[in-house]
Design a protein around this ligand. Structure first.
Ligand code: NAD
Length: 329
C-alpha cells in the first residue's frame, strides 16, 4: 500500500528556494506543490514543474508569471497560505530585517493554518525571538522546526551526536567553507554574511545596493572571512544541554567567485570522557557538497520529522539540536 505523499511548499525562490525545488523533484514520498517569491506565487496540486518554474523566475523575476496557475501578488505568502493545501513549508526567505521570519510565522498562526514549518535561520537573536512563539504555535497546531539548515542545522545536530562520548563538553568549533560562482545567486545569504563583518550590521547590509555589495566584494577579491559569528548553534546547543553557549564558536570563509570550497566545512567537538581523557571528534562535510545540498537536504529531513510529530499531535517549536532529521526518499 502506498503512503500519501507529503505536500510541500517553499517560500522564497532565490538561491535556496530553487535548490530546494531541485532537491524535491526526484523524490517519491513528497510532492512539491507550492512556491512563493516577493512578487507572486504558484500552487499546482499535481506538482510543480521545477525546470519551468526556475526558467520563468530567472527570466521574469517571479514564479507568478508561470502560466496558467501562477499569480502575481504583493502579499504572496498570505495569499498562498490561504489557497494551498500544503502539509509543510520550508521558509527559504531572507531574514532581513532580523524580525522577518518571526513575522511570517505569526502570519501562519493568525491565518489559522495548521501543519509543519521549517526554517534555516542563522542568527542567535532571530532564533531567540522564534522560541518565544512556543505557546502560540502549540495552540495553533503548528509544529515548527527552527535552525534546520547547515549551520545551524546539520552541523549542530552532528555536535549533539558527537557530544555523547563525553562527560563534559569543552568546546564546539564550527568552521565552514562556502564556494559559490556568483553572489547574485544567493543575495540574502551574502548580505546577511556581510552584516557579520566588522563595521557592518544587518541594517547597513540590508540597505546596501547591489553596486555597493559588488564594490565591497571587489575589494576583498570576492572573499568574505567571518569570525566569531552570532550564530544560533550556540543557543541551540545550550538549550540541548550540551554546553554553555560561550563554548560554541562559528566562523568561516565564503568565496563568492568560485564554486570550489575555500576550506572543508567541519565541526570539532572537544570534551572529557568519563575516564578523564580529553579528545576531539571531527565531522567534516565532503568538499563536493554545496551549501545548497547541505541546507536543503537537512531542511526537508527535519520537515519529514516534523510531519511525524504533527501526525502524533505534537505541536510547538523544536530546534535542529532536539530532533533527529528523517531521510526523505
Ligand atoms: P535569495 O536572496 O537568493 O532569495 C530570497 C527569495 O525570497 C527571493 O525569491 C525573494 O523574492 C523572496 N522573498 C523576499 N521577500 C519576500 C516576501 N516578502 N514574500 C515572499 N518572498 C519573498 O536568498 P538565499 O540566499 O536563498 O537565502 C535565504 C535564507 O537562507 C537567508 O536568510 C540565509 O541566511 C539562509 N541560509 C541559511 C543557511 C544555513 O545553513 N542555516 C545557509 C544558507 C542560507
Amino acid at each position: 500500500m502506498s503512503k500519501k505523499r507529503i505536500k510541500i511548499g517553499v517560500l522564497g525562490f532565490g538561491g535556496l528556494g530553487q535548490a530546494a525545488a531541485r532537491v524535491l523533484a526526484p523524490k517519491q514520498s513528497v510532492i512539491h506543490v507550492a512556491a512563493a517569491d516577493q512578487q507572486g506565487y504558484i500552487y499546482q496540486p499535481e506538482g510543480i514543474n521545477v525546470n519551468e518554474a526556475i526558467a520563468v523566475y530567472q527570466q521574469q523575476g517571479s514564479v507568478g508569471y508561470l502560466q496558467p496557475q501562477g499569480v502575481l501578488s504583493e502579499q504572496s505568502i498570505q495569499d498562498l497560505i490561504k489557497c494551498a493545501d500544503v502539509d509543510g513549508y520550508f521558509l527559504a526567505l531572507p531574514n532581513l530585517p532580523n524580525t522577518f521570519m518571526v513575522e511570517v510565522a505569526r502570519q501562519f498562526i493568525s491565518l489559522g493554518w495548521r501543519g509543519v514549518l521549517v526554517d534555516a535561520l542563522k542568527r542567535t537573536s532571530a532564533l531567540a525571538q522564534m522560541l518565544e512563539l512556543q505557546e502560540d504555535l502549540q495552540k495553533a497546531g503548528i509544529t515548527y522546526l527552527t535552525g534546520c539548515g547547515a549551520t545551524p542545522g546539520l552541523l549542530t545536530a552532528a555536535a549533539v551526536l558527537a557530544a555523547q562520548s563525553y562527560a563534559e563538553i569543552h568546546q564546539v568549533k564550527i568552521t565552514f567553507g562556502v564556494g559559490i560562482a556568483n553572489w547574485e545567486a544567493y543575495r540574502a545569504t551574502i548580505r546577511e554574511d556581510i552584516a557579520h563583518l566588522p563595521g557592518y550590521n544587518l541594517e547597513i547590509a540590508k540597505n546596501m545596493t547591489d553596486a555597493e555589495v559588488e564594490a565591497l566584494l571587489e575589494k576583498t577579491n570576492g572573499i568574505l572571512t567571518l569570525e566569531n559569528m552570532e550564530h544560533a548553534d550556540d543557543l541551540m546547543l545550550e538549550l540541548a544541554g550540551i554546553c554553555p553557549r560561550e563554548r560554541v564558536t562559528v566562523g568561516g570563509v565564503v568565496d563568492t567567485r568560485n564554486p570550489k570550497k575555500p576550506l572543508s566545512t567541519n565541526v570539532q567537538v572537544t570534551g572529557r570522557t568519563f575516564e578523564g581523557k580529553i579528545s576531539t571528534h571531527t565531522f567534516t562535510l565532503g568538499d563536493e557538497t554545496s551549501m545548497a545540498a547541505n541546507v536543503c537536504g537537512p531542511a526537508f529531513g527535519y520537515l519529514k520529522a516534523g510531519k511525524a510529530l504533527h501526525n502524533r499531535g505534537i505541536y510547538g517549536i523544536f530546534t535542529a539540536a532536539e530532533v533527529m532529521p528523517q531521510y526523505v526518499n
